[in-house]
Design a protein around this ligand. Structure first.
Ligand code: GLV
Ligand code: MN
Length: 197
């Protein structure tokens, strides 16, 4: 859902001190073939997060050739039992292809209707823009899928981290009212994320 390009390409100059919507273009004289290729998915996943998931992003920051093209991809690997925790992409819809494993995938609409399915290798799923969604590995092996986005910078905001691990912290009073529980429960949840950066 990004704006349309106004030229063939605009390889991002990530070092520019100009702040615009997106990134300024590299001088086309300095653009070469390698600006249009990326190898982020050749590397095996590094660290897994506290949810036992690794997300490797190939967005404009990591693949500057994507600048202005309204596209990007993620590779998501989930250990058995791993949960890609409920999250949103504020600037994109997501179209994903499952490569390996067995995933419980779902999203919730603005009307709070929950849509879900269990998917395996070769299946696709789509998440409408901005809606809360998750993937849970319910198989016994690692699960892996590739997600494409209609934005060079879809963004990813995890609900548990946004609410319980922000900087500075959202006051317990607010969260206690939001979740209709005692503030000590909010403190307990916050403590679970204390080591997450
Ligand atoms: C999966 O939902 C992802 O956003 O990478
Ligand atoms: Mn997603």
């Amino acid at each position: 859902a990004d704006p349309s390009p106004l030229q063939d390409f605009c390889v991002a100059d990530l070092d520019s001190s100009l702040y615009i919507n997106g990134f300024p273009c590299k001088n086309p004289d300095n653009v070469s073939s390698q600006d249009f290729f990326a190898n982020g998915f050749q590397q095996s996943p590094g660290e897994f997060n506290i949810f036992d998931v690794n997300v490797t992003r190939q967005d404009v920051q990591r693949f500057p050739g994507l600048n202005t093209l309204g596209l990007s991809m993620n590779r998501v690997v989930l250990k058995p039992g791993g949960l890609n925790a409920p999250h949103v992409h504020p600037r994109a819809a997501e179209l994903a292809l499952v490569m390996d494993g067995k995933l419980f995938v779902g999203f919730v609409t603005t009307g709070n209707v929950f849509y879900w399915k269990i998917v395996t290798s070769g299946e696709l799923f789509v998440i409408p823009p901005g809606l809360v969604h998750f993937q849970l590995n319910i198989g016994h092996e690692n699960a892996r899928f590739f997600a494409s986005f209609n934005s060079q910078n879809p963004g990813i905001q995890f609900a548990p981290l946004a609410l319980f691990n922000s900087t500075p912290s959202i006051p317990d009073l607010v969260l206690s009212k939001a979740f209709q529980v005692n503030q000590s429960i909010i403190e307990l949840i916050k403590s679970r994320f204390a080591t997450v950066s």
